[in-house]
Design a protein around this ligand. Structure first.
Ligand code: FAD
Length: 390
């Protein structure tokens, strides 16, 4: 294992740091990001931020050059995510478009789809959402029931999706729907592009415990999807969905940096308020786990660099950092004590309520991109060779 970055990679890092030092919005420089009056205001700001990043060539850096990317290596992509997080810069808003849709269309889309959709993703001109999960199909997506009935030139879609992040702002959605109801579960699913402004699409925001309404229920009633919005072949969408899902896994440099910073918050709280021996032990354990996360990331990065398959390792990384995060946030709340109840900005809220909101937000970490139970099933079966769960 080589534990250092090459001179070329370090100069890439320096160039990005230089750009961020010059262009990071002022409100982000103090370490406490500002609060927006509404989610819509925040999204408008983030679209503008993504546009500026894209103009400077910092969005979709892992996309090939011919599609507007930088053709960056996996290591440069890792460094990019690490530096953006370390600068506490806002995340790009069109994450689904850039990280999931782009690579999927590059691998499986038609030339016409690539020409139509890719250019508007990078600068957040058109936002995308992911219409995969349904009320009865989350962990087991192959149980999905949304139905796409064929017509002479496409499909008519009926069904319901849920937990669709940013659907209320999205122009397009990647949609999994059943096109052959007779076929067994994973067969007979097609991968479609859904126009979120089409008649019959209703988006209802769901309020989360953080107070935000990022994700939604999406109702699809006789929604027309033209034939040219099919990605790959009809009934063979499950394999393509797996390309999309694979892009959700792998290393987690952003989470590593965020939790390194959280460790600093923990140390500050412990120094200010005093921590009993049990809490001190817990903080020491958190330090060890953040270091383990760093080494896991590097091990995976090495495999990616050598083009080795990731397999069950990506499940381990996701499981480890998400549960570490929840343990660390429990310690944050123990140190905050009753003050942790003040999660909204105000005079009594420590760190403007940021730490308490972070505690609430990271409850979701053991759910999104595959729940902890599902990651454990994968590890049990594929690493430990235990019998398949039923
Ligand atoms: C913040 C956030 C954003 C999201 N954004 C999107 C999005 O944009 N688009 C989208 O399509 N989806 C999105 N999701 C949905 C997410 O992918 C699902 O929540 C996740 O896959 C789990 O599915 P579920 O919620 O239906 O839970 P279920 O699958 O119903 O699971 C319920 C419980 O049962 C357990 N369980 C299920 N099956 C097994 C098994 N075989 N063995 C053991 N335990 C099991 C689960 O671990 C869980 O604890 C988002 C979720 C979150 C939290």
């Amino acid at each position: 294992m080589d534990l250092s970055f090459s001179p070329a990679e370090e100069s890439f890092r320096a160039e990005l740091r230089g750009w961020l030092a010059e262009h990071l919005p002022d409100a982000w420089r103090g370490g406490e990001p500002p609060e927006f009056a509404s989610l819509a205001d925040e999204v408008a700001f983030l679209r503008d931020w993504q546009r500026r990043l894209a103009e400077a060539g910092w969005v979709g850096i892992h996309w090939p050059r011919e599609y507007g990317g930088r053709g960056a290596s996996v290591v440069e992509h890792y460094i990019f995510q690490e530096e953006i997080a370390a600068a506490r810069a806002p995340e790009i808003i069109n994450r689904i478009g850039v990280n999931l849709v782009g690579p999927t269309l590059i691998a499986h889309g038609t030339d016409a789809q690539r020409r139509r959709f890719l250019p508007k993703i990078l600068a957040a001109e058109e936002l995308w959402c992911q219409l995969f999960s349904e009320p009865g199909a989350g962990s087991d997506l192959t149980a999905l029931r949304t139905r796409a009935e064929p017509t002479s030139d496409g499909w008519v879609v009926n069904g319901q999706k849920v937990w669709t992040s940013y659907a209320q702002f999205a122009r397009w959605g990647i949609l999994l729907a059943r096109t052959d109801p007779e076929a067994p579960k994973a067969k007979g699913i097609s991968y479609l592009i859904c126009d979120m402004q089409a008649p019959g699409v209703t988006v209802r925001p769901l309020r989360q415990m953080t107070g935000s309404e990022e994700f939604n229920e999406v109702f699809l009633e006789d929604v027309v999807v033209p034939r040219e919005h099919l990605v790959g072949r009809e009934h063979e969408g499950w394999a393509i969905a797996n390309t999309t899902l694979a892009h959700e896994r792998g290393t987690s440099p952003r989470q590593l940096v965020i939790h390194r910073m959280l460790l600093q918050d923990l140390l500050r709280l412990a120094r200010e308020g005093g921590a009993d021996p049990v809490l001190r032990q817990r903080i020491a354990q958190h330090f060890l786990e953040v270091e383990i996360t760093r080494l896991n990331n590097w091990r995976t990065l090495t495999r990616l660099q050598k083009r080795l398959p990731l397999g069950a390792e990506s499940s381990f990384i996701k499981l480890f950092w998400s549960e570490m995060s929840q343990r660390m946030h429990e310690t944050v709340m123990a140190l905050l004590g009753p003050r942790g109840l003040c999660w909204q900005p105000g005079p009594y809220a420590p760190a403007g309520g940021r730490l308490a909101r972070s505690y609430l937000y990271y409850r979701a970490a053991s759910l999104f991109a595959g729940t902890s139970e599902i990651q454990r099933n994968i590890l049990a079966e594929r690493v430990l060779g235990l019998p398949r769960s039923r």
